[in-house]
Ligand binder design. Structure first.
Ligand SMILES: C[S@@+](CC[C@H](N)C(=O)[O-])C[C@H]1O[C@@H](n2cnc3c(N)ncnc32)[C@H](O)[C@@H]1O
Length: 345
């Protein structure tokens, strides 16, 4: 990477770190000092909230611009000639992408992630940086696969909404005897995932399918996983995706879907709802309000619950619990949680 690109990216990431660890605590202090009943209304009346909100969207745009320029100047790290490692790629050129998927430049990324190879490469570099620059080796997804999913003798694992595979290959690494499948709508990302897994020597099958209707056999999966998918889906596709997951699960199979949840802290909830608008994630508030327990129960899945997920590798894990309790933090962080359920044996 050229020094000028690295410097620009470093600047934006530092700005975003200070936004999260310095600006947010001051905003929280100001809201508390105002001692109003409605934290959201109090925050909206504070000049600092305008600045905080503007900086979130402004720095996101700066990040994409820097990322795009970097990809244009340097090309991709992924070599198209990478070995295939026994994996597969099945694209469906006839698959119609839903309007709700193509109408928005998700995460404010110009052109979205699905349009062409270049947008996929920009997304790939952006995805490394999105955890405030601390996701270089995709520790987040490895942590999810290692700590949110019980160790078992899985035969078939599917990752719905797999993107370019960074949420999929940890499963292939952890369970080398399992058949691991990644499903997504975005053909350029799937191609990239196929090449990356080939280069990593991981035999993942990548399929271009809608996660509402994968066309795969009933009861064919022991684990259905997804990370950061549900909040991108409008209400009906979200419910349909959970129904599809339940259909795919074999008796005794497990569902593990990571996404955002409201925390119960009024200011954090307000910032999260605002994030949805500022970051072009329009369905997020609906996803967080959806009655996922009821949807799971209606499909016959049992023991459905949301469990808090702390993305910091060295933080003590909250352990198994039915409540959503995150470790106390003063900085702004995305409140990740895992929807767990199982198919009766
Ligand atoms: C935020 S990305 C997460 C990607 C990956 N799971 C990760 O954690 O890095 C959401 C992914 O879901 C995919 N997606 C959204 N709606 C989908 C649908 N209906 N069917 C399949 N994939 C979908 C998007 O193309 C995108 O790759």
């Amino acid at each position: 990477m050229r020094l000028e690109d690295a410097s620009r990216i470093d600047f934006v990431l530092t700005l975003r770190r200070r936004w999260a660890d310095t600006l947010y605590p001051v905003l929280a202090e100001q809201v508390e000092a105002a001692a109003g009943d409605d934290a959201a209304a109090v925050a909206d009346g504070l000049p600092l909230h305008d600045w905080f909100a503007w900086l979130e969207r402004g720095s996101q745009k700066m990040l994409w611009r820097a990322t795009q320029d970097t990809v244009l100047a340097n090309g991709s790290e992924t070599t198209p000639s990478a070995a295939k490692a026994g994996g597969g790629l099945d694209l469906d050129p006839g698959l119609a992408l839903p309007d709700w998927y193509t109408d928005w430049d998700i995460h404010v990324q110009p052109g979205g992630i699905w349009r062409n190879r270049q947008t996929a490469e920009v997304y790939e570099l952006g995805a490394k940086l999105v955890m405030l620059g601390e996701n270089d080796d995709y520790t987040f997804h490895t942590l999810f696969a290692e700590t949110a999913v019980p160790k078992r003798d899985y035969h078939r694992i599917i990752d719905l909404g797999c993107g370019f595979g960074k949420s999929t290959w940890p499963f292939a690494r952890l369970y080398p005897d399992a058949e691991v499948i990644g499903v997504d709508l975005a053909a350029p990302c799937l191609e990239m995932g196929h090449q990356k897994c080939g280069a990593l020597g991981l035999p993942v099958q990548f399929l271009q399918r809608d996660c509402c209707d994968t066309g795969l056999d009933d009861g064919s999966m022991d684990l259905v996983a997804s990370t950061m998918l549900l909040h991108e889906l409008p209400p009906e596709p979200l419910a349909q995706t959970i129904r599809e997951a339940a259909r795919l699960l074999a008796p005794g199979g497990l569902l593990r879907m990571l996404d955002f949840r409201y925390t119960g802290d009024a200011l954090r909830n307000h910032v999260l709802t605002g994030h949805s608008a500022r970051n072009n994630e329009p369905f997020m508030p609906y996803a967080m309000a959806a009655d996922t327990m009821e949807i799971c129960e209606a499909t016959g899945l049992m023991n459905a619950r949301w469990v808090a997920f702390d993305e910091r590798p060295h933080s003590p894990k909250p352990g198994r619990q039915d409540e959503l309790i995150w470790p106390p933090r003063t900085d702004w962080h995305f409140p990740w949680a895992v929807l767990e359920a199982e198919k009766p044996a």
